[in-house]
Design a binder for this molecule. Structure first.
Ligand code: ADP
Ligand code: MG
Length: 644
């Protein structure tokens, strides 16, 4: 947690009442929430029911080892009541409950570190922030959107009746906790509705919301129904009112229902419950598998990235159930890292109910399920590719995570490759929208390789001198400029039987796109320039590995090329930035025999020849996005030639 906790302001020892300040981030959250969720106030009910359902899940799990925790009341349930006169709504659950320490920790701070992180990054601009707040689950504190005071009465299952705790707050910076007697274990939350939120104290409204948001929750959500007996003439008989509890939600675990029974809205509502997300998922995949390996999975692709996606210890993984009993959140063992954006539920009989995070690491069934879920995840993405627009949304958000795949999971390399999207010279825009399949389809006759260039930025890639011959011949090149791209390409060796070729590395090989005449002409030029090449090599000495004449270039005088299996410039820079010492690599300088500057070089002598040779080399390195060892020397040479 980030800020110093609560400052004590009072302690009345009779019932041990104390008033504490909220963690700073809670105050911020409350403030933002009240202002920005105004048009979406009803979500408070979803959040509170979701917590009550979690509490029931936790009790059921704890009771596996100790039946006594039920205190003779094992019928888990959530009850919602309202009182129109008092203007209150009350939610009650007979779940795990909280003790004093739990209450202070859970209802005084922000449980999710991602949320606290998010709040830290907030700018002061309320307007902008208001939109951002929709990006994470707001939890318990959302009660204050509709309430100007909240009272929580709770007792942890298995503790003494005298160990109950009351928490109350007006949501304005502090809360008060005191000891109370509480007969029933579990938690009861009373919302004192604001003047303008009275509409929620209504049967019809509440029922509608429970169905909308909580149908999928396995625990029954009940509301009281008052029936009045009538006499023969149909008049109600005074004093005959009987209240019965009626279950309002569907109350079966959504994933255990047949697919055909679950509506799109129910899937979406369930996503919001599991993923703590406000917005709709992009897609999902629901599977029940029987046979050797039995499991049910419901996996979702979110529509936006969580804040901790690139943090090592960010929350990821699925909610794990064993035979419908909730075991843990964020079970990360069932999906590879490169699919860490997938959220959802796994329910299986292959694991023991006593499984712990440590045990999961040793269980061979875990790997089998992981392989199966990985396949499901990739298939789900493949289906999503059919909707180009949706897939672009996905790709923009999670593409760079998926690019970790070929390195992490060689067994699925080809499948993952099919899901990758690139910018390309086909359109010359930075949008990563071209698949390898599209590329292969557009390949020229005689072309055998998939060409790509890697640079630090899209513009550097697009304007790379290495592309000149490809543009001239109309051969498409993929334009890569994400940080991870060099690394990605080092793991992608083949697609659809075609190998990949970095246009800035090794010998230029255009396959059969070039005809015999062209090749012959090139050889002749090379011969004619042998002397020039020799002189440049002498002038540059140790600075280059080799000098050659090239036909890669049409507009530029020169370019540098790396040996075929050498690490790319982008990767070098990333590793150097990370403090990894790397052996020096010398480039091969290639000259464009048709360029005026090269012609000038050929005619130069002595010092001017040396200066020009260095200038060509340094320019080529700059065009590549590289850094000069001695930029001042370059400027000096250039100026001396310009003024000569
Ligand atoms: P989250 O549910 O994402 O953890 P919340 O703000 O909704 O965050 O709730 C914070 C914490 O308060 C929960 O993690 C839980 O420990 C506790 N809590 C909230 N409601 C209940 C409840 N009805 N019963 C038991 N514990 C609860
Ligand atoms: Mg919650």
């Amino acid at each position: 947690m980030t800020t110093a906790p609560h400052e004590k302001t009072a302690d009345n020892s009779a019932n041990h009442e104390e008033t504490l300040g909220f963690q700073t981030e809670v105050k911020q959250l409350l403030n933002l929430m009240i202002h920005s969720l105004y048009s979406n106030r009803e979500i408070f009910l979803r959040e509170l029911i979701s917590n009550a359902a979690d509490a029931c899940d936790k009790l059921r799990y704890a009771a596996l080892d100790n039946d006594a925790l039920y205190e003779g009341d094992s019928e888990l349930r959530i009850e919602i009541e309202h009182n129109r006169e008092a203007n209150t709504i009350t939610l009650r659950d007979n779940g795990i409950g909280m003790n004093r320490a739990d209450v202070i920790a859970n209802l005084g701070t922000i449980a999710r570190s991602g949320t606290a992180e998010f709040l830290k990054q907030l700018s002061g601009e309320q307007q902008k922030d208001a939109k951002l707040i929709g990006q994470f689950g707001v939890g318990f504190y959302s009660g204050f959107i509709v309430a100007d005071e909240i009272t929580v009465r709770t007792r942890k299952a298995g503790t003494e009746v005298s160990e109950g705790v009351e928490w109350r707050s007006k949501g304005e910076g502090e809360f008060t906790v005191s000891d109370i007697e509480q007969a029933q274990h579990g938690t009861e939350i009373t919302l004192h509705l604001k003047e303008d939120a009275k509409e929620f104290a209504d049967d019809y409204r509440l029922q509608g919301l429970v169905r909308k948001y909580s149908d999928h929750i396995e625990v029954p959500v009940r509301m009281p129904k008052t029936e009045t007996a009538t006499d023969d003439e149909g008049n109600s008989i005074a004093g005959s009112e009987v209240t019965t509890w009626e279950t309002v939600n569907e109350a079966t675990a959504l994933w255990s229902r047949p697919k055909s029974d679950v509506s799109e809205d129910e899937y979406k509502a369930f996503y919001k419950h599991v993923a703590h997300d406000f917005s709709d998922p992009l897609t999902w995949s629901h599977n029940k598998v029987e046979g050797k390996l039995e499991y049910t999975s419901l996996l979702y692709v979110p529509g936006r990235a969580p804040f901790d996606m690139f943090e090592r210890d960010g929350a990821r993984g699925v909610k794990l159930y064993v035979q419908r009993v909730f075991i843990m959140d964020d079970a990360e063992q069932f999906l590879p890292l490169y699919l860490r954006f997938i959220k959802g539920v796994l329910d299986t009989r292959e694991l023991s109910l006593n499984v712990s995070r440590e045990l999961l690491q040793q269980d061979p069934n875990v790997d089998k399920i992981k392989a199966a879920l990985t396949k499901r995840g990739l298939d789900m993405l493949k289906k999503l590719t059919k909707d180009k627009e949706q897939y672009q949304t996905f790709w923009k958000t999670f593409g760079s995570v998926l690019k970790e795949g070929p390195g992490e999971d060689p067994s699925n390399r080809e499948k993952i490759a099919g899901l990758l999207r690139f910018a390309s010279t086909h359109t010359d825009t930075s949008a990563q929208e071209h698949s390898l399949a599209d590329y292969v389809e557009r390949m020229k006759e005689g072309q055998r390789k998939i060409y790509y260039v890697v640079a630090d930025s899209f513009n550097a890639a697009k304007n790379s001198p290495h592309l000149e011959i490809f543009r001239k011949k109309g051969i498409e090149v993929l334009l890569l400029s994400d940080r991870i791209d060099d690394w990605l390409m080092s793991h992608l060796t083949e697609y659809d039987g075609k190998t990949f070729a970095d246009v800035a590395k090794g010998e230029l090989d255009l396959g059969d796109v070039e005809d015999a005449d062209e090749k012959k002409a090139q050889e002749e030029t090379a011969k004619a320039k042998e002397d020039l090449v020799k002189r440049v090599k002498e002038a540059l000495g140790d600075c280059v590995q080799d000098v050659k004449v090239t036909h890669r270039l049409t507009d530029s005088p020169a370019c540098v090329v790396l040996p075929e299996h050498e690490m790319g410039y982008q990767m070098r820079r990333i590793m150097e930035a990370a403090g990894q010492p790397l052996p020096e690599v010398k480039p091969i300088l290639e000259l464009n025999p048709d360029h005026a500057l090269v012609a000038r070089l050929e005619g130069a002598e002595g010092d001017l020849f040396t200066q020009l040779s260095y200038i060509l080399l340094d320019q080529a390195i700059i065009a590549e996005g590289g850094h000069l060892d001695d930029p001042a020397a370059y400027v000096k040479r250039l100026n001396s030639v310009l003024t000569a």
